[in-house]
Design a protein around this ligand. Structure first.
Ligand SMILES: Nc1ncnc2c1ncn2[C@@H]1O[C@H](COP(=O)(O)OP(=O)(O)OP(=O)(O)O)[C@@H](O)[C@H]1O
Length: 604
């Protein structure tokens, strides 16, 4: 599955049901046929490589965290089992458990140290720890230094030895397919939507209540564990371990596989691993013969292929392959299976007329620039308040301070009687404040419905393990029912399955409102909701917002369209140069000479 397409299918064509079954059947009977041993060896390596590349799909392709260090985790898995089984005669299965535990401990420490880094620092940090882990392994007396460990026994399963390549093939592919299904399930779930926001929508995700750092750690650990399983298999296939297959070169090659296959596609990991293994083997034979000397020349060709891929097919081979296959294997559409699902829990509503938001001497300085200058106002439950002012007046900054996206320099914020000063966005979201953004923030390759369902993050609970095992379906149905009803409320019921990135700006803004509503907020913050909407759409939006008010919702909005603001709001705060100019009803604001002067740029 492409990470961007929904997993379950409505009206699945027969070919879509049959293709995976056929593929599995071919994989299952292959070792039973008189195919050359070499093929089986190749497939064994492809399966083991794919496990590591799968981790990179999640970590790099979806999460946007580039790691050159996955080979080191393969090494941890391989060495742990080799040490326990070859030196101490323990069962390889114990070696697997121990390898996973050691990997988990090392990966957790590395994640906590490195994942707060951003930009190029993270990939550089992965290179650093990949080199140090490999160096440590290669210099430990107990691990045989550069010679490694010999005499690793074969795995036994129910008394059957998996020493033969055709026997361990089944175990390798069982792990690879289970890994792929688990990652695919994860991407199509509550935690999966949060993970898919990591690639470029972290501010939005935090405002929906997601701890983005936590999910970075989660995908880092999953990728490390997948690599560790691959290492365990590798040790028992090779029956010996030494440091060289776990070095930085292999770390780069794993990344190559993920990028070439399609770094955001689960099945791309398999395509990438296959292409890599085949190219590498052919080149290893061909190049020395062609060039007349021995050396790792294949690295140069792989490098060139990678650069060409990044230039001409940055999404990798899988999306192109999927395009070719789409006639027989069309992309699936999410099945509408949430009819009658129980409603999500609703928040108790604040009492109409009570003070919901109190902004007291709020200030924000960017260096010498005072963007918000000791602004104070109150918003009462059940009212629509407008925040207006010329460009650069400090409206969006005020919004970002109230919603916790930016920390205030000074001043106090109280929400529903409780101080929210200094709280991060996700803590403020938890208290019932939900927002949209001046520049739409969404996950472009996720459907409208999935984007809106992310708004219900705090109203649902399924965790990563539950999602990977697909035990989260009942809650998913409740989330999608809620997302659909919010989209219906905003008049977008015909766009449920469209990719959000394909929508025009107007509908994207409406989708953001539906997402904010999906959080069941007590206060809705709308940053320029009518921008980019056509006249009719604006009228429809105003009607929806009025309806929300009659249902008890409180709304604070920033807007430039004066007709929209004057016809909709109960009270207005006008800002200019970061300061509050006046506050009043739309009629009072319209009559104010100061406001007119501020907009026309004349002295007042
Ligand atoms: N992150 C930042 N760093 C430095 N200056 C900033 C930052 N964000 C905003 N500003 C400055 O703060 C001032 C207020 O900006 P803000 O975006 O809040 O105004 P606004 O009223 O929302 O304007 P507009 O209607 O054009 O969106 C501007 O001078 C802007 O350049």
């Amino acid at each position: 599955m492409n990470a961007s397409s929904p997993a379950s299918a409505a009206a699945r064509p027969w070919s879509r049901r049959l293709a995976p079954v056929l593929l599995l059947a071919v994989l299952a009977v292959l070792p039973l046929l008189p195919v050359p041993e070499f093929w089986i060896t190749q497939l064994n390596y492809i399966g083991m490589f794919a496990l590591v590349a799968l981790g990179l799909v999640l970590l790099t392709g979806v999460g946007g965290l580039t790691s050159f260090g996955q080979a080191a985790f393969v090494g941890v898995g391989a060495y742990t089992t080799a040490l326990l089984s070859a030196r101490y005669g323990l069962s390889p299965w114990l070696g697997l458990a121990a390898g996973l535990a050691v990997t988990l401990a090392i990966a957790l420490v590395l994640a906590l140290i490195t994942l707060r880094m951003s930009g190029h620092y993270l990939p550089l940090a992965t290179i650093a720890w990949a080199l140090s882990l490999n160096f440590t392994i290669a210099n430990m007396e107990s691990l045989g230094k550069y010679d490694g460990l010999l005499g690793v026994p074969a795995i036994e399963l129910f008394g059957v030895s998996l020493a033969d390549g055709r026997a361990i093939y089944y175990l390798i592919w069982l792990f690879a397919i289970l890994g792929a299904l688990a990652v695919r399930n994860l991407l199509d779930s509550r935690p999966g939507r949060a993970i898919r926001a990591l690639g470029g929508a972290t501010v939005m995700a935090e405002s929906m209540g997601v701890s983005t750092f936590r999910y970075k750690v989660v995908i880092f650990l999953i990728a490390a564990l997948l690599a560790s399983v691959s290492g365990w298999l590798f040790a028992h296939v090779q029956r010996t371990v030494n440091p060289s297959p776990f070095g930085l070169k292999m770390g780069i090659e794993y990344l190559f596989m993920a990028v070439v296959g399609g770094v955001s596609s689960v099945w791309g990991a398999f395509v990438g691993a296959g292409v890599f293994k085949i190219i590498e083997d052919q080149l290893k034979e061909l190049l020395p013969a062609l060039l007349g000397s021995n050396g790792n020349f294949e690295i140069i060709v792989l490098g060139v292929v990678l650069v060409l891929m990044l230039k001409y097919a940055p999404k990798g081979l899988w999306p192109s392959l999927q395009g070719l296959l789409s006639r027989w294997w069309p992309p699936a559409r999410r099945e509408r299976d949430w009819e009658g699902a129980a409603a999500l829990e609703a928040r108790p509503k604040p009492q109409a007329g009570s003070v919901l938001l109190r902004v007291d001497k709020l200030r924000k300085q960017f260096g010498g620039l005072v963007a918000v200058n000791d602004v104070s106002f109150e918003l009462r439950a059940g009212e629509i308040m407008g925040l207006i002012g010329p460009n650069g007046a400090g409206k969006s900054t005020t919004f970002n301070l109230v919603s916790g996206v930016l920390p205030a320099t000074s001043g106090e914020l109280r929400f529903a009687g409780e101080s929210i000063t200094g709280l991060p966005a996700r803590q403020i979201a938890r208290r019932g404040l939900s927002r949209t953004f001046q520049h739409v923030k969404m996950i472009a390759d996720m459907t409208v419905l999935e984007n809106v369902a992310l708004g219900g993050y705090l109203r649902s609970h399924s965790g990563t393990a539950k999602a990977m095992l697909r035990f989260d379906r009942a809650e998913e149905r409740r989330l999608f029912a809620e997302a659909e009803s919010q989209l219906r409320r905003i008049g977008m019921q015909d766009h449920l399955h469209e990719l959000a990135g394909n929508l025009a700006l107007g509908p994207q803004r409406l989708m953001e409102i539906a997402r904010a509503l999906c959080a069941d907020p007590s206060l809705l913050l709308l940053d320029e909701p009518a921008a980019g909407l056509r006249h009719k759409e604006k009228q429809a939006l105003a009607a929806v917002l009025r309806q929300l008010r009659t249902e008890g919702m409180s709304i604070l909005l920033v807007e430039h369209d004066m007709d929209f603001v004057m016809g909709l709001t109960d009270r207005i705060v006008v800002m200019e140069f970061g300061t509050k100019l006046i506050e009043g009803t739309p009629a009072e604001v319209q009559a104010s000479p100061e406001v007119r002067a501020a907009y026309l740029g004349t002295e007042h």
